[in-house]
Design a protein around this ligand. Structure first.
Ligand SMILES: O=C(O)C(=O)C[C@]1(C(=O)O)C=C[C@@H](O)C=C1
Length: 111
């Protein structure tokens, strides 16, 4: 299955369709045999998380620009509350904190 980063450069299917297809729930971690192996896997995950956040930031900027061009507000609190709730439901209170940090990265500080 293509992930959202690869989907952004795919020419065969729309990026939105492939991103949606790749929005699968979390997978379980493999059992590791050493600290080095575990750290390598963690580093690989962090690289992918950073790439996904960068792609998310770009998409968020495009959505914000389209809304601004239509005369809408920069911030949509209802949408942000739904995002924070989804992160909190999956990961608990620290998940909500991550969601807030991601939102701040993507749309800047609140006015
Ligand atoms: O979904 C939107 O409407 C966006 O503008 C994207 C986004 C986000 O980064 O998730 C950014 C700003 C809005 O306040 C809400 C959400």
């Amino acid at each position: 299955m293509t992930n959202v980063v690869d989907a952004a450069s795919s020419a065969t299917t729309s990026p939105a369709a492939e991103a949606s297809e790749s929005a699968t729930p979390a997978t379980s971690a493999p059992t590791i045999a050493s600290i080095d192996e575990g750290r390598q896997l963690i580093d690989d995950i962090d690289i992918r998380i950073r790439a996904l956040v960068a792609t998310r930031k770009d998409l968020s900027a495009q959505v914000q620009a389209l809304r601004a061009a239509a005369g809408g507000p920069r911030v949509e609190h209802g949408r942000e509350n739904a995002i924070i709730t989804a992160w909190a439901d999956e990961l608990g209170p620290r998940g909500a904190e991550i969601a807030l940090a991601v939102l701040t990265l993507c749309r800047g500080n609140l006015p």
